[in-house]
Design a protein around this ligand. Structure first.
Ligand SMILES: [Zn+2]
Length: 264
């Protein structure tokens, strides 16, 4: 990865190389561009997957320092990035993630990067972890933020490239999305996927919703936004995913169910 070293700092909270996968359990890797994407998103589902015994890793591409909140706090992009990194470490502990990596790619600037550089970073991380399932945003990015759209395209490109080369992992690419029963009106207008595109719906228990709520509350500098969006009141909502190249009707209830066999 020599030629892209200058692009990012990597923080690994667990030594992945000394982490053999548990038998009969799946390794799941969520890939999102920003701190808080996991908590505004599938955090209660992550809690469920960890409770089931799966390994759940999170890769966040930026430290999120460019957020508008930084102006209210009088912080530079760099300083805000450090604040949000601390909040993410609290999220990692709250969720009990198996591992988390936060890169320092440019927040709100992924569209200005060569996508091949992003893909190289993603691929190196996927090769290190060898996850069974990887997840990123659906094509519409839910909020439509450009970093979400770039993440979708780059993760999908890496997945397709590895499949074409016959790699035994990842077995499945899933896209986090909203469903027809999701509330999409509010502070941000959110995009949902039609019912026919939904391949997995996770139903959230009270305990998992509570963990999701606690994860959101780790974002102390974001409490205003959390209140405005009302996302803290929706931690009980069903969590929806599309699958790439697979179709389930009715939708599965578990991201790791019926994983495709490797086609030789
Ligand atoms: Zn985001």
């Amino acid at each position: 990865m020599g030629n892209i070293k200058w692009l990012f700092k990597q923080l690994i909270f667990e030594d992945l190389t000394n982490h053999p996968k548990k038998e009969n359990m799946s390794r799941i890797l969520y890939i999102f561009p920003h701190p808080d994407d996991e908590s505004f998103g599938p955090a209660p589902g992550i809690a469920q997957q960890l409770k089931q015994g799966h390994e759940v890793f999170l890769l966040t591409l930026t430290k999120g320092g460019a957020t508008r909140v930084r102006h209210d706090l009088g912080l530079s992009v760099e300083e805000m990035g450090e604040v949000r990194l601390k909040e993410m470490i609290a999220v990692e502990q709250t969720l009990g993630l198996t591992g988390m990596t936060v890169l320092d790619l440019p927040d709100s600037g992924l569209k200005d990067m060569c996508p091949m550089d992003i893909e190289q970073v993603l691929r190196a991380h996927i090769e290190e972890l060898k996850p069974d399932v990887i997840i990123t945003y659906a094509v519409h990015g839910i909020s439509g933020f450009f970093d979400h759209l770039v993440s979708h395209a780059c993760v999908k490109r890496v997945f397709c490239e590895m499949k074409r080369e016959g790699s035994p992992y990842p077995k499945r690419l899933a896209f986090f999305t909203m469903g027809p029963d999701s509330i999409t009106e509010g502070h941000f207008t959110l995009k949902a996927s039609p019912a026919e595109d939904i391949d997995c719906v996770i139903e959230v228990t009270d305990d998992e919703a509570k963990i999701g709520y606690d994860a959101l509350m780790c974002y102390q500098t974001y409490l205003d936004t959390i209140a405005k969006t009302g996302v803290d009141k929706r931690v009980h909502d069903n969590i929806h995913f599309e699958f790439f190249g697979e179709s389930f009707d009715p939708p599965l209830r578990d991201l790791t169910a019926q994983l495709p066999e490797l086609v030789k």
